[in-house]
Design a protein. Structure first.
Length: 322
């Protein structure tokens, strides 16, 4: 591998760098490139007793919102890098770094999903599987080969590498608390560091998407947000596609069931409201309230909506069936 001696010309420089920072960044780019050329063995997947993927403490996760073939192809060829390396301006505080979620303690993928709080659709995690259903997450577990590169994390304030990385970013914009659940790696992480990929539920409804992901990232396991394995490197691809299709059908059936139950509940609520309105009208009429008095009482107590004329008309209709 030929070492780079300067920051590439295509790199977008937004925040001025000192000569020392340029040296650190060039060294990190060389680490990144070197690791992408290593022949690294596939790491064994750790599973719980019920077959769920276990995430080791210190695992970092990068989400990709939406299914974008061009971006996926770029990640498959190189890795996850700071937007500035692609000529894209930084939209946050972590200049010259790539951002990740971090797993602060060993837990299953299912537990991580349930406890995930950033429900912004940028990852498949959190919620009911619909928001973020078209998102993808890349799993990078800690391992010796990548320890030096991953040490350049601006949220690891207690290390020398962390302090160096922190000098690149806008410190005032970083969160004060919960540093244990975020990471931001100087320059980024190479493709060879990926252990697994989690697909959003909606992507399993499209067989061609799963097939493409397997072809682009054959060294990665593929799992659901619940930690169920769909593909393991070396598996028969057709069998994995069938697993994915079956999971997608379950997702579709569950969504249809949920939609039906919601519609049924709305219908019940409407029936209850209609019954309560009819009962109120019956009581008021039996107490010799005029049509206008009845309408005003219903409006004042939020038992009806609309103008007083509309409510009076509704009362007249109800009187005919009482």
């Amino acid at each position: 591998m030929e070492l780079v001696t300067k920051i590439p010309d295509s790199f977008l420089i937004e925040k001025p760098l000192t000569n020392e920072q340029i040296t650190y960044l060039v060294e990190q780019i060389n680490r990144f490139n070197k690791l992408n050329e290593l022949d690294i063995s596939i790491k064994e997947i750790k599973l719980s007793e019920d077959g769920k993927v276990i995430l080791p403490m210190g695992t970092i996760i990068h989400g990709m919102s939406g299914f974008n073939i061009g971006r996926l192809d770029s990640i498959a060829k190189s890795g996850i890098v700071t937007g500035q390396a692609l000529g894209i301006p930084e939209d946050g505080e972590t200049y010259y770094c790539a951002d990740f979620h971090r797993v602060p303690k060993e837990e299953t993928l299912e537990e991580f999903n349930k406890g995930f709080t950033y429900r912004d659709g940028r990852t498949p995690f959190g919620g009911n599987g619909i928001r973020g259903g078209n998102s993808i997450a890349f799993i990078i577990e800690p391992r010796e080969e990548f320890s030096e590169l991953l040490a350049y994390d601006c949220y690891r304030e207690e290390t020398e590498e962390g302090k160096i990385t922190r000098s690149f970013v806008n410190e005032r914009g970083l969160p004060i608390d919960n540093n244990d659940i975020v990471s931001s790696i100087l320059y980024g992480v190479p493709r060879k560091s990926f252990n697994g990929i989690v697909l959003g539920d909606s992507l399993f409804l499209k067989k061609e998407v799963l097939e493409l992901i397997i072809k682009l990232f054959p060294h990665c396991y593929i799992a659901t947000i619940h930690g169920d394995i769909i593909y393991v490197p070396g598996d028969n691809i057709e069998v994995s596609l069938l697993k994915g299709e079956n999971y997608g059908l379950k997702v579709q059936l569950q969504r249809t069931k949920n939609q039906y139950e919601q519609e049924l509940q709305r219908s019940r609520d409407l029936s209850t409201k209609t019954w309560e309105l009819s009962k109120a009208i019956h009581i008021l009429i039996n107490n010799d309230c005029t049509l206008e008095e009845c309408a005003r009482i219903l409006l004042d107590n939020k038992l009806a909506q609309g103008s007083i004329e509309q409510v009076m008309e509704e009362i007249n209709k109800t009187k005919k069936v009482l």
